[in-house]
Ligand binder design. Sequence first.
Ligand SMILES: NC(=O)c1ccc[n+]([C@@H]2O[C@H](COP(=O)([O-])OP(=O)(O)OC[C@H]3O[C@@H](n4cnc5c(N)ncnc54)[C@H](OP(=O)(O)O)[C@@H]3O)[C@@H](O)[C@H]2O)c1
Length: 252
Amino acid sequence: MDLGLKGKKAIVTGGTRGIGAAIVDLLLEEGVDVSTCARNAAEVEALNTRAATSGQSLHASVCDVSNAAAQSDWITGRVAAMGGLDIFIPNVSGGAQPGEDGWKSAFEIDMMATVRGSEQALPIIAQAGGGAIVIIASISGLEGFSGPSGYGAIKTGLISYSSQLAEVAAAHNVRVNAVSPGPIHVDDGFWGKVKQEQPEMYDAVCARHPSGRMGTTKEVANAAVFLASPAASWVAGTNLVVDGSVTRRVQF
Ligand SMILES: NC(=O)c1ccc[n+]([C@@H]2O[C@H](COP(=O)([O-])OP(=O)(O)OC[C@H]3O[C@@H](n4cnc5c(N)ncnc54)[C@H](OP(=O)(O)O)[C@@H]3O)[C@@H](O)[C@H]2O)c1
């Protein structure tokens, strides 16, 4: 299937590792001009070196999306450099941190960086004739998977926000959707660390899955990139659960 992505321009937050990196790679394979960001300057530089060596149309910047002004300036600068914007994928999370600081980081990073970025990107994408916003949520927003924490509650809020924004954005030919991954193995990410430090917990989570394993970043990227593409032209306001059926609720 031709996704119709060739020549499009995308911004993906948090693209040096994990799910964001897989989304960046798949967009590049589909012929998209991609801009991404992260905080770790060495990893950003490594991505730019790889792009220069392999001739990929990718640019990575150091930007902490929890800093509203920094994210806004970065988006403005990348839109100017790419000559427009068709796709925005806010992917960064503050993670499941304990206590009040965890609630604050979930609100500031998962929620507000997504809201600020999406509302900045929306009129720019509309001006380019339309496109898509894909918000990376989590099944922690659907079930009590990670225990009581800001992470799950704020992910629920993000799914709600995504649906609300979709209604407004549709009038501007911009589709907004959410993707909710289940546990996804990332070697240098959360579950990779759990596998190293708490193998029994890792195995228990795998055993909860009907297929006995966690998902891969590529499996999430496939869903996100489809939703970002013109091939999903009539899909808007949905929350696509990508979890190998670990959530047992009826999906509708
Ligand atoms: N992995 C899972 O099991 C899973 C399951 C459900 C949902 N999700 C969701 O999927 C998304 C990606 O998760 P992941 O597991 O792929 O994360 P990850 O492996 O920890 O990667 C996070 C990426 O975001 C960047 N980043 C983190 N904080 C940032 C900030 N404040 N500003 C800019 N960049 C930042 C990181 O680089 P720096 O550290 O250098 O900034 C890195 O590139 C998140 O929204 C997460 O909630 C993940």
